[in-house]
Design a protein around this ligand. Structure first.
Ligand SMILES: [Zn+2]
Length: 319
């Protein structure tokens, strides 16, 4: 039984200030770089103090989870911001030519993190299905062609990651449960992404109706699926039970949309429910999703409670 994070973490307030200054041309690139590195150190320290077993760098360099990658892969163009969900805007990329590998996406972030912590590291990266689903496609005749081409690009990055020592990769695929009619395409894309990759593969999915993707999701070539459960009061655990869930389980048990910090007791209760479905060594306890939208002190407290609850359950069960 291990504790981990999904990926993002609140950026330190000073980093946001420095990012603004950098945007206005008031500071140079070397200062910006130093700020990124210091912010990763502070995130790592938060995770270490909280006691999380498997960590990531909090995604300090990513503004969001699609355009960050689109900007670094040939074939994408970013036109500008589009409106999503009411008043939220994001820079929606468009595929305008063949998708090709251009430069490292997260390898340097992994290496930097590895140089500053002894903790186990997980590398989360947005999957091909989600990136294409959240982009326009003006080039490929069929949507699946774009998805498979991008999956090849990501496969190359994964090969590079494994070469430098990464052993746990997480595909972030929140778009998958929103299109159950395309599960076959998403499944093929995963197979392309993980082809020849000797690493533990997790897949994080959130939102959408989980029942609509069962049982087919169990055929995906991943070691672990990470679901959000706290947000829906753990009702979806029933789905796993109904379908004899047999993969490792990423168990989202901290609500990332609520500023109320869970009690140790309620998280312990949740973990025990998960242990009715999988064995302890199949269980990865984590928050529902990235923590970036919470105030940092609350995100930190939630991680602390999560670890404490996990440790207490371990003790009670003699694990
Ligand atoms: Zn998520």
């Amino acid at each position: 039984m291990k504790t981990t994070v999904v990926g993002s973490y609140p950026k330190p307030k000073w980093l946001l200030e420095i990012l603004n200054m950098y945007g206005e041309g008031k500071i140079d690139k070397s200062l910006m770089e130093e700020a990124y590195m210091d912010s990763v150190k502070s995130v790592v320290k938060d995770h270490e103090i909280a006691g999380v077993d498997i960590i990531w760098d909090g995604e300090m360099r990513r503004e969001e989870m699609v355009s960050y990658f689109a900007e670094r892969i040939d074939g994408f163009k970013i036109y500008g911001e589009v409106r999503v969900w009411g008043n939220a805007y994001y820079p929606k990329p468009s595929i305008v030519s063949e998708l090709e590998y251009r430069e490292k996406l997260v390898i340097d972030d992994f290496l930097y993190l590895k140089s500053i912590t002894d903790r186990n590291i997980k590398v989360p990266i947005t999957g091909a299905y989600t990136i294409v689903d959240w982009s326009f496609n003006e080039y490929y005749l069929k949507r699946e062609e774009a998805i498979y081409a991008l999956a090849e690009v990501l496969n190359r990055e994964f090969r590079g990651l494994v070469r430098v020592g990464a052993n746990y990769i997480q595909l972030d695929e929140p778009a998958i449960p929103t299109h159950p009619e395309e599960l076959e395409i998403a499944k093929n894309a995963v197979e392309i992404m993980v082809k020849g990759i000797r690493a533990y593969i997790g897949m994080h999915i959130c939102y959408g109706d989980y029942r609509a993707i069962f049982p087919d999701i169990l055929d995906f070539k991943v070691d672990q699926i990470d679901f959000e459960f706290a947000n829906r009061k753990f009702e979806d655990l029933k789905i796993l039970e109904d379908y004899d869930y047999d993969k490792d389980l990423g168990f989202g048990c901290i609500d990332v949309h609520s500023k109320t910090v869970e009690s140790v007791e309620e998280v312990k209760r949740a973990i025990k429910m998960a242990l009715d479905i999988v064995e302890p060594d199949q269980l990865y306890v984590d928050p529902d999703c990235g923590l970036k939208l919470l105030p940092r002190n609350i995100a930190f407290e939630k991680l602390r409670v999560m670890v404490k609850a996990t440790n207490e359950v371990k003790k009670e069960f003699d694990l």
